[in-house]
Design a binder for this molecule. Structure first.
Ligand code: SF4
Length: 125
């Protein structure tokens, strides 16, 4: 049996979670320290398949700002964070860009799109 400790990010209370895992099967045996069900779900996910939203920015040609902020539309496996960042850093956009525009479709086969999170109007940059 092994133990993992996390701080729940479900709300500002920041409960200290302790997860007991079966080392052989990788299964979660118990979760303690959570004050609600959200913490239990978070602990299971964090212990077995941690995922994160990736945020970054990409250059924009011909816009009123030189960069547009972007993010993955949903969380990606933690091990994919740096490969996804590398993929984003290869992209260049052309103005105009609108919030929600797809910057990379199905980034690295994750099934998740990278989208713009602000508007960039055509202009000089
Ligand atoms: S376990 Fe519940 S109460 Fe505690 S931080 Fe997470 S969401 Fe908030």
């Amino acid at each position: 049996m092994s133990k993992k400790e996390f701080i729940c990010i479900g709300c500002p209370m920041g409960c200290n979670l302790v997860v007991e895992m079966d080392e052989k099967t990788g299964e979660v045996l118990s979760v303690t320290g959570n004050s609600c069900r959200t913490g239990d779900v978070y602990a299971h996910k964090e212990a077995t398949n941690p995922r994160r939203i990736v945020t970054s920015s990409v250059p924009v040609d011909g816009g009123d700002m030189a960069m547009v902020s972007v993010k993955t539309k949903s969380d990606v496996p933690k091990k994919m964070i740096f490969p996804v960042m590398d993929a984003i850093h290869k992209v260049r956009m052309h103005a105009p860009v609108r919030i929600g525009d797809v910057v990379i479709h199905d980034v690295l086969g994750t099934g998740i799109d990278v989208v713009a999170t602000r508007n960039i109007h055509a202009g000089k940059s």
